[in-house]
Design a protein around this ligand. Structure first.
Ligand SMILES: [Ca+2]
Ligand SMILES: [Ca+2]
Ligand SMILES: [Ca+2]
Length: 664
């Protein structure tokens, strides 16, 4: 069970049944029948109807996953802003944790109902007008298709929308995937039905109902959630959502996943999964076991559910597990967008830059502690996109290269210097995306590459300008020819050859999240797996009016990638590269936009038979937002894990770990 969920689980409230039965009738109300909803009810909705239990048995996993699904139905209320035919515009958006496919009630608020003696407002009269299904979302707005209860009453701006406070109708479809030896399909269906109903938020049509429907039409269970059966089923059973249990096996363990599907969506809205312990006897492990399972369990225990999957070591992979010898260094309530450790001023003390959207802080690493040197806060409206250490000139050797979003329209990079223990601007207003690189391979960034903007692709292709930071400003050196897919983000120079080469290899994450390796203009390798993934984004001017239909905003946002880190793990003189890989948990799908829930660190190695990319960390419960090698005197690796909590993650947390693994 993740620590996120542990924090959210509460015990059953006695009010639940009362709330459910009263509001169920709300579904059947027709227009002009006023209905009273107590304001206090909203405070009850947050309670998840499960008790905290250890993950493991089918019963506890069913409860855990049901509780997770409840989170996709937030008790939000919004307002109708505009009516355009069947389209309603509301002020609910991704900030409110709503998603496309979610069905909301549309109602008109009437007079306040006051307590006869105290005079306190206890609720409002309400007229239900109809329902709307969200079809398009932005952070602050959403568009939905309106389905009136009564065509003669028209919706108006100022009317309200909210999720029903009553039970939500879902149909459970038959499970798919290999059942553990001692678990039957009937048991899975029955436990899930009980667990979903025990949350107090769902009214469940059992799997047998769906099964009969499928049998009548000779449809395979797996096809129940695919068009057109998904739409036919939801319509025929009058449940706007389906829940599909999916069983999987990994490393000899059975995993139960619950997929939430909405009638209007072709892809699952969400997927929650958990390991069923002790149920998968005899299932062969698809990969070799982790080299030191004992150690790993000890670490896992120490951090209380930090990992969602152990390191899946690969044959031929480097025998290294960053989770061993890992200690927590620093924790803060925000999301990290940049992490870089080094000693660019060469004073023997390790400098660490930690950046969030709001601040850039320089620390010195002292033993197992980070000591703050200085912080630069973001000014007015804008956010930082990336931050890297760089070596400047003799006067101020320690520099930080920063890409910065100004307002919603402009990007302006700058370089900071440390002078008298203060961060000061060394050069401002550089209108290119900047990337610090280590040209000579000593582990310290000594050059800065600038890539001009392109209106449609953000990163202008083919060319970067190389600058030498010296004499108080960036000195233009030359235009470099770079591979077409190269972007000045998520990129690093590494010595991947035998040492006879005249230049370093270029390793970068491309637009499709593949890792590419180039030597000069020759492409040497591209990963088949996805790598990278971050929430750091830049936005270009929108051109044209701001419409609350969201298309413009989204197409003008460009993701930045976490920067890989070069390290020679085995001391053979050939570099290896640490690469961050983020994704959704165990094949999970999250509403409406990429939501990273897990990540690991992989190692790129150049071997005699080509390049390999293999994991060197477990999968964390959270995305990996930064990785950086700590140089001498005591080498190690810094790993930052960031987590968004709540469905759309307004609560953010980052933990930075130091792994003191022996580095050659
Ligand atoms: Ca230093
Ligand atoms: Ca260097
Ligand atoms: Ca090496």
């Amino acid at each position: 069970m993740s620590y996120d969920m542990m924090a959210k689980i509460k015990t059953v409230t006695d009010h639940r049944g009362h709330r459910g039965s009263r509001l169920d009738r709300n579904h059947h109300l027709i227009c002009w029948q006023w209905w009273v909803i107590g304001v206090m009810m909203y405070t009850l909705i947050g309670g998840l109807g499960v008790r905290a239990q250890e993950a493991g048995s089918l019963e506890s996993v069913a409860s855990q996953l049901s509780a997770e699904l409840v989170r996709y139905f937030p008790p939000v209320t919004g307002e109708v802003l505009k009516v355009e035919g069947r389209h309603l515009y509301t002020d609910l958006g991704t900030k409110d944790e709503v998603w496309t496919g979610l069905r909301l009630l549309v109602f008109r608020q009437g007079e306040a109902l006051k307590h006869p003696t105290t005079g306190a407002v206890v609720g409002h009269d309400e007229l239900q007008l109809g329902q709307m299904t969200l079809v398009q979302l932005s952070e602050n707005h959403a568009v939905g298709i309106y389905l009136p209860d009564d065509e003669s009453v028209s919706v108006q701006p100022g009317d309200k929308v909210r999720l029903t406070a009553g039970r939500i109708d879902v149909s459970l479809v038959p499970s798919i995937g290999p059942l553990p030896v001692n678990v039957s399909q009937t048991a899975v269906g029955a436990q899930l039905k009980d667990a979903l109903e025990a949350t107090g938020r769902f009214r469940v049509q059992g799997a047998e109902r769906v099964n009969a429907w499928l049998l009548e039409r000779n449809v395979a269970p797996a096809a129940a959630v695919e068009p057109p059966y998904l739409q036919m089923l939801t319509k025929s059973l009058k449940t706007p959502y389906l829940v599909q249990p999916v069983l999987k096996t990994a490393q000899g363990q059975s995993i139960l996943a619950l997929r939430l599907l909405a009638a209007t969506q072709t892809e699952p809205v969400a997927e929650a999964s958990a390991v069923l312990t002790g149920t998968a006897g005899g299932v062969a492990s698809p990969t070799a076991p982790a080299p030191s399972a004992q150690n790993q369990l000890a670490t896992q225990d120490k951090f209380g559910g930090l990992f969602i999957q152990p390191l899946m070591a690969q044959p031929g992979g480097f025998p290294w597990n960053l989770a061993e010898g890992m200690t927590e260094l620093y924790r803060f309530e925000d999301e990290l967008i940049g992490l870089d450790a080094g000693d660019p001023d060469g004073d023997g003390r390790v400098d660490v830059v930690i950046a969030t959207e709001d601040r850039i802080s320089l620390y010195q690493l002292s033993g197992q502690k980070l000591e703050l040197v200085d912080t630069l806060r973001v000014d007015v409206q804008g956010h930082f996109i990336s931050a890297q250490l760089v070596q400047l000139d003799a006067n101020s050797p320690l520099g930080i290269v920063v890409n910065y979003q100004v307002g919603t329209e402009n990007i302006a990079a700058f370089v900071l210097a440390l002078q008298g223990q203060k961060l000061v601007y060394w050069q401002r207003r550089i209108y290119e995306t900047l990337l610090a690189v280590d040209r000579d391979g000593d582990g310290i960034n000594d050059r800065i590459w600038g890539q001009p903007f392109d209106e449609t692709r953000f990163f202008a292709r083919d060319t970067v300008r190389e600058y030498l930071p010296g004499n108080g400003q960036l000195q233009f050196q030359n235009n470099l020819k770079v591979p077409y897919p190269f972007r000045a983000t998520g990129a690093v120079l590494a010595g991947l050859g035998t040492g006879a080469e005249t230049e370093r290899h270029l390793v970068f994450i491309d637009e499709r999240h593949h890792l590419q390796v180039y030597y000069g203009e020759d492409k040497l390798w591209e990963s088949s797996d996805s790598v990278g993934g971050s929430y750091a984004q830049a936005q270009l001017p929108q051109g044209g009016e701001v419409d609350i239909r969201i298309g413009d905003l989204i197409t003008n946002a460009f993701s930045f990638e976490p920067i890989p880190e070069v390290v020679d793990v085995d001391g053979d003189g050939v570099d290896e590269v640490l690469v961050i890989r983020n994704g959704a948990s165990l094949g999970g799908v999250v509403p409406n936009r990429t939501r990273y829930t897990t990540g690991d660190v992989a190692l790129l190695r150049a071997g005699p038979y080509g390049y390999t990319l293999s994991p060197v960390s477990p999968k964390f419960d959270g995305m990996v937002s930064g990785v950086s090698v700590v140089p001498n005197p005591t080498p190690g690796v810094l790993i930052a894990v960031s987590k968004r909590q709540g469905i759309l993650g307004r609560k953010r947390q980052t933990i930075i770990f130091l792994s003191r693994l022996p580095l050659s």
